[in-house]
Ligand binder design. Structure first.
Ligand SMILES: *C/C=C(C)/C=C/C=C(C)/C=C/C1=C(C)CCCC1(C)C
Length: 247
């Protein structure tokens, strides 16, 4: 954040500008969440610190992008598509890393992590092309993106990741399940925003919604919620360990 930004006159936010409002609140919420995760890191067992660190990084990276997106919207009154996708292409792979980190206790291999990362990048790059490069075929790019999304959902709900979670059992299994729900329901918010903001046969269905408001809502739920699930798991796992030690 440079001096130029800090010295920019504060623009008014119209009371019905929900995009500006959700960018503003989103930036603050991401900052607060990042501070929370970073500062709590050292209270956990060493094994869990990396997971909490990644939760902090996800929300921190989002906070910085929200700061820029908030500014961009104020200045241009158009969707900050580029910043949005740069944010996602950094943070969504980190969410895939979270799956790998919590399943490591059951012997998760790096190949699982790379597979999920690869799928998420395919999902996001095709989404970006549909929104910014080839809007006339947005429906087709959205379909390819959606296919990659479904493979991710399959992998974590029924595929190799699921098997590892079952093997780990206990708190890891239940955290894995909650994260799976985030991906199935929380991530499904994004295609709705996409359909609201790109031309296509679906225009009439979601036409009344704002792409940016939907995306901002999705980000708050998914980035902070995801982090809290991991935080909860680390708390439970660290406590059971110290109980065992005192017994
Ligand atoms: C923190 C940001 C997150 C969790 C972003 C997730 C984004 C998606 C799951 C986006 C998915 C899309 C589709 C499934 C189809 C249409 C294009 C996208 C990129 C919006």
């Amino acid at each position: 954040m440079n001096l130029l930004l800090l010295s920019t006159a504060l623009d008014k936010i119209a009371s019905d500008d929900y995009v500006a409002f959700t960018f503003f609140v989103g930036a603050m919420a991401m900052m607060a969440a990042a501070a929370f995760f970073f500062l709590s890191m050292n209270s956990f067992d060493r094994k869990w610190r990396t997971s909490i660190l990644v939760s902090g990084l996800i929300t921190f990276i989002a906070a910085v992008h929200y700061w820029y997106m908030r500014d961009y919207w104020q200045a241009n009154a158009e969707s900050p598509t580029f910043f949005r996708y740069v944010d996602w292409v950094l943070t969504v792979p980190l969410m895939c890393v979270e799956f790998f980190l919590i399943l490591k206790v059951a012997g998760a291999k790096k190949s699982l992590m790379w597979r999920l990362i690869f799928l998420s990048v395919v999902m996001l790059v095709t989404g970006y092309i549909g929104e910014a490069v080839d809007r006339d075929n947005a429906w087709l790019w959205g379909l390819i993106s959606g296919a990659a999304y479904f493979v991710i959902v399959y992998d974590i709900w029924l595929g190799s990741a699921k098997k590892l979670a079952v093997k780990a059992g206990g708190a890891v299994l239940s955290a894995h399940k909650t994260l799976c729900w985030f991906v199935l329901v929380g991530w499904a918010i994004y295609p709705i925003g996409y359909m609201a903001g790109t031309p296509g046969w679906y225009e009439g269905i979601f036409g009344g919604l704002s792409l940016d408001v939907v995306y901002n809502l999705g980000d708050a739920i998914n980035k902070i919620g995801f982090g809290l699930v991991v935080y909860n798991l680390a708390t439970i796992a660290s406590n059971t360990k110290s109980l065992e030690e005192t017994a």
